[in-house]
Design a protein around this ligand. Structure first.
Ligand code: OAD
Length: 268
C-alpha cells in the first residue's frame, strides 16, 4: 500500500503524495464522511473566518496586533488608563465590521447547524457575523463588540450605533461603559464551561480560521481530541495545532467550508 493509498486515511494518520490535489480531495472526502455520520458537531472559529469579509485578523500579515499593541488597547489596565483611546479603537473596529457582510464560510456553518441535531458554534470573534449568517447556537468566548457593559453597576446592553456619538459612552447610572468583550487577563466566565462540555461531547470538531495561540480557546481542540472527537482544521497556514489534528485542510474557510458542508447526503 503506497502512502497515497486512500486506505491510509485512517484516524491520526498523515498522507503524503506527490500530488497536492490528490491529497486535498482525499482528505476532504474523509472529512465529509466524518461530518456526515456525526450527530454531534462543534465548530470553533477565529478571526480568519471573517477575513474574507474584509475584517482584519490579529496575527496574519497586516493583522491588528502587527499595527497596535494589545496591552495598550485590550486590557483592563489600558481601559483604566485611557478609556477614550480604547473606545476610539473599538469605535473604529465597529465601523469596519458594520460595513462587512457574512461570507460563504459563515453561511456554511449556519447550514451545518440546520442539518445537525446537536451542533454548537464556539467563536472567538466579537464581530457578530455568525448571527448575521443565520447561526443560532453560538458560544461567544470573547464577548460581543455590539454590546456595552457598565464598568460600575455591571449592566449589559446592546448598541449598534456607528460611529458612536460620544466617547467614551456612559451607562444610565453615570459610570463609563466598556465594550462587551473579554480583554487579556480577564476570565471567560460561564461560557467556558459550556464550550468545554460541548467539545467533550462532540464527535467532530471543526477548527476554522484561528492561529490557535490564545488560551484557553486553543485548548479546546486538544480537549476534544482526548475525549475521542475527530478534529478537522481549516486554515491557509500551518498552526501549532496542525500536527495534532486528524485532518488539516489548507485553504480559506470561505472556499473550504462550503465544499465540506455542501452536497453530501445528511448534509445541506
Ligand atoms: P489570529 O489573527 O490570531 O489568527 C487568524 C488565523 O486565521 C491565522 O491562523 C490565519 O492563517 C487564518 N486565516 C487567515 N485568513 C483565513 C481564511 N480566509 N480562512 C481561514 N483562515 C484564515 O486570530 P484568532 O486566532 O481568532 O482575542 O485570535 C484569537 C484571539 O486573539 C482573538 O479572539 C483576540 C486576539 O487577541 C482577544 O482580543 C481577547
Amino acid at each position: 500500500m503506497s502512502c497515497s493509498d486512500p486506505r491510509m486515511l485512517s484516524r491520526g494518520m498523515f498522507l503524503y503524495s506527490n500530488s497536492p490535489e490528490y491529497n486535498i480531495i482525499r482528505f476532504m472526502e474523509q472529512a465529509r464522511n466524518w461530518l456526515q455520520s456525526a450527530t454531534s458537531v462543534v465548530a470553533l472559529t477565529g478571526a480568519g473566518i471573517s477575513a474574507e469579509s474584509g475584517i482584519p485578523t490579529f496575527r496574519s500579515p497586516g493583522g491588528l496586533w502587527k499595527q497596535y499593541k494589545p496591552e495598550e488597547l485590550a486590557t483592563p489596565q489600558a481601559f483604566a488608563k485611557d478609556p477614550r483611546l480604547v473606545w476610539e479603537w473599538y469605535d473604529w473596529r465597529r465601523t469596519v465590521i458594520a460595513k462587512a457582510e457574512p461570507n460563504p464560510g459563515h453561511r456554511a456553518l449556519a447550514e451545518l447547524e440546520r442539518a445537525k441535531p446537536n451542533f454548537t458554534l464556539i467563536t472567538q470573534n466579537v464581530d457578530g457575523l455568525h448571527e448575521r449568517a443565520g447561526s443560532r447556537r453560538i458560544l461567544k468566548l470573547h464577548g460581543d463588540i455590539w454590546r456595552f457593559k457598565c464598568s460600575d453597576c455591571g449592566r449589559d446592553w446592546p448598541d449598534r450605533r456607528t460611529p458612536l456619538p460620544k466617547l467614551p459612552p456612559h451607562c444610565g447610572c453615570g459610570a463609563i461603559a466598556r465594550p462587551g468583550v473579554v480583554w487579556f487577563g480577564e476570565p471567560l466566565g460561564e461560557v467556558w464551561a459550556e464550550a468545554e462540555h460541548a467539545v467533550r461531547e462532540s464527535e467532530v470538531l471543526l477548527v476554522a480560521g484561528t492561529s490557535a495561540v490564545v488560551y484557553p480557546a486553543a485548548s479546546l481542540a486538544p480537549i476534544a481530541k482526548s475525549a475521542g472527537a475527530r478534529v478537522i482544521e481549516i486554515n491557509p497556514e500551518e498552526t501549532p495545532l496542525s500536527g495534532h489534528v486528524d485532518i488539516s485542510l489548507r485553504g480559506p474557510a470561505g472556499e473550504l467550508l462550503p465544499q465540506l458542508v455542501g452536497h453530501a447526503p445528511g448534509l445541506p
